[in-house]
Design a protein. Structure first.
Length: 170
């Protein structure tokens, strides 16, 4: 059954590494659109790093024109400084989404693992395996890193949750 196209941009936030992954669903089939890993370096200065993450997020939104942005939420770090930096990255991602009028949906790591692998105790390799299984071959190189894979997993989680909500509404 052919259905309406639904485009989702998944984002795995971080100040040093921001994973972007885009998935397009047509009917019941999800297809890989693109993945990207944005790296920043501490020597750049915090403001410059955040500006780069914001610009990369805007560029990805403009490239895909997504219906939704799936963002990792419920991130906890033992180190306050790391949590603060992730929070800053989340802030610039949310700002970019707001500037382009894209609704943001947050999914915690446990929910992503349960949705894709069936258990919240899955490791990153199992999640990456399921992303590849659901979307086919993924690009090699930096985009194949776990941050981009996690971003694609977030997008796939959003599509699965969306289908469940639609089924429940019927």
């Amino acid at each position: 059954m052919k259905g309406e196209e639904h485009r989702v941009l998944g984002i795995d936030p971080g100040l040093a590494h921001l994973g972007l992954g885009a998935v397009v669903e047509q009917g019941r089939d999800a297809h890989f659109a693109f993945a990207e890993l944005v790296r920043t370096h501490p020597r750049e200065g915090e403001g410059s790093r955040l500006a780069r993450l914001h610009a990369a997020t805007l560029a990805a939104i403009d490239r895909l024109d997504p219906h939704a942005l799936a963002l990792e939420g419920q991130y906890f770090h033992r180190q306050r400084e790391a949590a603060f930096k992730v929070g800053q990255a989340v802030g610039v991602v949310r700002l970019a989404a707001e500037q382009r009028g894209v609704p943001v949906f947050e999914y915690g790591p446990l929910e992503v693992k349960q949705t894709l692998v069936g258990t919240g105790r899955a490791d990153k390799a199992q999640v990456a395996f399921m992303v590849r299984a659901l979307l086919g071959a993924l690009p090699a190189g930096p985009a194949a890193g776990h941050h981009a894979s996690d971003a694609l997993a977030l997008a796939l989680t959003h599509l699965a949750r969306r289908r469940l909500a639609q089924a429940a509404a019927r």
